[in-house]
Design a protein around this ligand. Structure first.
Ligand code: HEM
Length: 250
């Protein structure tokens, strides 16, 4: 983190994206082969990073040992299993439930969008072409929308490589705090899938509680990360212990 303040965000997302696809088996680290494109090539993994990083300590939580490495990584699995940034609460809830995570854990974990960056293409529809009735997403406050439009001029061309990034939390972009929830209440959620947590009656109270009780949120966050990190862990003789993180053993 001393060399690159983006590393904690990158590694947290890497962990999430690994666990939601075939369980926490490091399949996200595998490179594509001549026969198959790997998970890391999926659009849902846009901006994913941290592959070159060695272990480090951050907000401390225990990680269970003994986990082994998977041998399969397929692009289609990532698209199928990872949530989309335009999912509503019902879709997000279903997606997390399939992984054994509760609605409360979904709200708790989403608070990590208090650190890190996001490509304009992941939310620019909210600024320019939301739907037939509203060109701009009415659940985003207009001052924040203007700020984002200045950073993300239309059109955002992903294929031309012109796709700027903005911080999730412009005020404290590298501090994991409960500002995320405060931003949602002020209608300054960056992704559609963030803002819906305040807009929906299913999750609004949870957001409010995380604003009022930051330390309770921090301990729920640690527990939810550990729970997420236990999804379909390979043990015993399952999988293998990879010699090179990027390729399966011979
Ligand atoms: C609830 C559903 C979620 C959706 C739809 C979602 C979607 C996204 C998207 C679209 C980005 C930006 C990608 C880009 O354009 O560069 C992002 C970034 C990020 N996500 Fe999520 N996410 C979700 C939940 C989570 C969870 C549960 C975690 C971890 C526990 C997480 C951790 C992160 C982090 C840390 C970043 C910033 C990465 C960086 O700066 O390198 N997200 N997410």
């Amino acid at each position: 983190m001393a060399n690159d303040t983006g590393i904690p965000a990158a590694l947290t997302r890497l962990h999430f994206h690994d666990c939601f696809v075939r369980g926490c088996d490091a399949s996200i680290l595998l490179d594509s082969t001549p026969k198959h494109k790997a998970e890391k090539e999926s659009m849902r993994n846009k901006g994913i990073g941290g592959f070159e990083c060695s272990p480090y300590r951050w907000h401390y939580y225990d990680v269970l040992g003994g986990r082994r490495d998977g041998t399969i990584s397929l692009i289609g699995d990532a698209t199928k299993n990872l949530p989309d940034a335009f999912f509503n609460v019902t879709q997000l809830k279903e997606n997390f439930a399939k992984k054994g995570l509760s609605l409360e854990e979904l709200v708790t974990l989403s608070g990590v969008h208090s650190i890190g960056d996001c490509h304009c293409s992941s939310f620019s529809k909210r600024l320019y072409s939301f739907n037939a009735t509203y060109p701009q997403d009415p659940s985003m406050v207009s001052t924040y929308a203007s700020y984002l439009r200045a950073k993300c001029p239309r059109p955002v061309k992903t294929n031309s490589g012109v796709d700027p990034i903005v911080p999730f939390d412009p005020l404290t972009p590298t501090r994991l705090d409960n500002n995320y929830y405060k931003n949602l209440k002020s209608k300054k959620g960056l992704l559609f899938s963030d803002q819906v947590l305040w807009e929906s009656s299913l999750t609004k109270k949870m957001v409010g509680s995380n604003i009022k009780h930051p330390s309770a949120w921090a301990s729920k966050f640690a527990s939810a990360m550990v729970h997420m990190g236990s999804i379909k862990v390979l043990t015993g003789s399952q999988g293998e212990i990879r010699k090179n993180c990027r390729v399966v053993n011979y």
